[in-house]
Design a protein around this ligand. Structure first.
Ligand SMILES: *Cc1c(COP(=O)(O)O)cnc(C)c1O
Length: 472
């Protein structure tokens, strides 16, 4: 170490001296001592690193005790703040996996306090006074909504696919089209899940075309399952052919082999009725005779994170008995939110109003335009040289790997940089409390009102006004 660095190191205030400062005395009055010590050590470590890197060279004001104690106080606040925070989604991507996918319906939120804060009949049969099953709370309504013979739920759809394959096809063969070897974000890939389940994947057809005879050709004594995967996040267009589920079911029946469809997003509502592109509803797959159907509960369905498995009673019973099921089982907080979400689907007109994911996807342009105008009015006149504000037309996306080609016409608040850059505006809004997450396109910051909740408009307006006032 150089002599100069030695001198600087000696200037770093000691822990004891820091603890005696007024600032840290105040900190210690409201925070636990170990937390303050952790913060002190982090700040001091940071200073040592800076000295080593030569970033503190002269008589640096950073080493003065007042400055260090203030840094410690800030660090204490940072460490003690919750990590999981609410934020405002202004990206226009409705089912945004990084931002928590679906917002829960009010009806679901109301149940958290009584069920989460008290004991419940989670696994208790109230009629018989003995142990019950946690699946009973949603099995009935899932059957009612989809006409499936049996139903169960697990932690997420990845788990639903894994446990289904493991139960039906471990050590045996699963036939799947080369055009359906889907990868979705977060490392879920059909071939990888297949190998984890212990099933042997038999790929048939080509990327763009798979025929019924491709499947039939490979069926043998070891074939355990015919799998169809809904290509939820992409579409192969042009010279293409896929075998419809009904055909696959006929083939499966002929050979006595079950057919499973991983629907990915899964929804109960036919979006095409409302002028949005169609995503195959779960009920259709069941009506077409799939022996097993899996899908997510928090994509287009708009519930909490979970994976739903519907299908033949004997298969569902076998999956329930699989020891993996215990490892993948659904938690009670998820279950209560799922049950309440499902109950809303009993009346579709209620579902599309009260399930935020559906409400946002189906919000019409004219109502979005009004919302955007309300936002603009709340912002008022901004006299800033930082940027200019205007409303523009643009598109939102359903997200969650669903309806990949669907663009939903929307109205956007557009901040055009003048003295500042779109990147720094994006960063500034992200650093707001609560953070406002935006989209940057063509050097403009876009705020899509579709995913901004009515109650958040004022906060967003305040953040934009704040951005107008900062000195760049
Ligand atoms: C999203 C998706 C999954 C995984 O679902 P999670 O709920 O995220 O675990 C599996 N298969 C397909 C086709 C999907 O789109």
């Amino acid at each position: 170490m150089t002599n100069k660095n030695k001198l600087l190191f000696a200037k770093i205030p000691s822990v004891d001296r820091l603890l005696m400062t007024q600032v840290l005395e105040e900190v210690l009055a409201s925070y636990p001592r170990p937390l303050a010590l952790t913060a002190i050590n982090q700040v001091l470590d940071g200073l040592r690193e800076k000295i080593k890197r030569g970033e503190i060279t002269e008589e640096e004001p950073e080493l003065i005790i007042e400055s260090v104690s203030n840094q410690v106080a800030k660090e204490v606040e940072l460490i003690s703040a919750p990590s999981l925070r609410p934020l405002i989604n202004a990206t226009g991507i409705v089912v945004h996996t990084n931002l928590g996918r679906s917002i829960l319906a009010e009806k679901a939120l109301e149940k958290f306090r009584p069920i989460g804060g008290g004991y419940s009949n989670l696994e208790y049969n109230l009629d018989q006074g003995k142990r019950g099953s946690r699946y009973t709370h949603v099995e009935g309504i899932l059957k009612e909504l989809t006409s499936a013979e049996a139903a169960m739920v697990v932690n997420n759809n990845a788990a639903a696919v894994l446990i289904s394959l493991e139960t039906l096809a471990k050590g045996r063969e699963v036939v799947v089209s080369r055009g359906q070897l889907v990868e979705i974000g977060g490392s879920f890939r059909i071939p990888a899940v297949m190998s984890k389940s212990g099933a042997k994947m038999v790929e048939v057809g080509t990327t763009n075309k798979t025929h019924l005879w491709d499947y039939e050709e490979v069926i043998g004594p070891d074939t355990a399952l015919l799998l169809k995967v809904h290509t939820s996040n992409y579409q192969i267009v042009g010279f293409t052919e896929e075998v419809p589920l009904t055909e696959l079911v006929k083939l499966g029946r002929r050979y006595g082999i079950p057919v499973m469809e991983d629907l990915g997003s899964g929804c109960f509502v036919d979006f095409s009725k409302y002028g949005v592109l169609k995503e195959p509803p779960v009920q259709e797959a069941i009506a077409q005779g799939a022996d097993l159907v899996t899908f997510s509960g928090d994509k287009l369905l708009g519930g909490p994170q979970n994976g739903i498995i519907l299908g033949r009673k004997d298969i569902i019973e076998a999956i329930k008995k699989n020891p993996l099921n215990r490892a993948l089982r659904i938690d009670k907080l998820t279950l209560l939110a799922l049950e309440e979400t499902l109950r809303l689907y009993r009346d579709e007109s209620v579902a599309i109003k009260e399930i935020p994911t559906l409400r946002m996807i189906l919000q019409p342009y004219r109502s979005l335009n009004k919302k955007a105008e309300r936002l603009l009015k709340l912002i008022g006149v901004v006299t800033t040289k930082n940027f200019s504000v205007e409303l523009i037309d643009g598109n939102s996306r359903p997200g969650g790997g669903a309806l990949p080609l669907s663009e939903l016409p929307s109205r956007l608040l557009c901040l055009v940089p003048q003295k500042t850059s779109s990147k720094s505006m994006e960063r500034w809004l992200r650093a707001n409390d609560p953070p406002v997450i935006t989209r940057v396109e063509n050097d403009r910051v876009l705020l899509d009102v579709r995913t901004i909740q009515e109650r958040e408009l004022k906060t967003v307006a305040e953040a934009v006004k704040g951005l107008a006032e900062i000195i760049i």
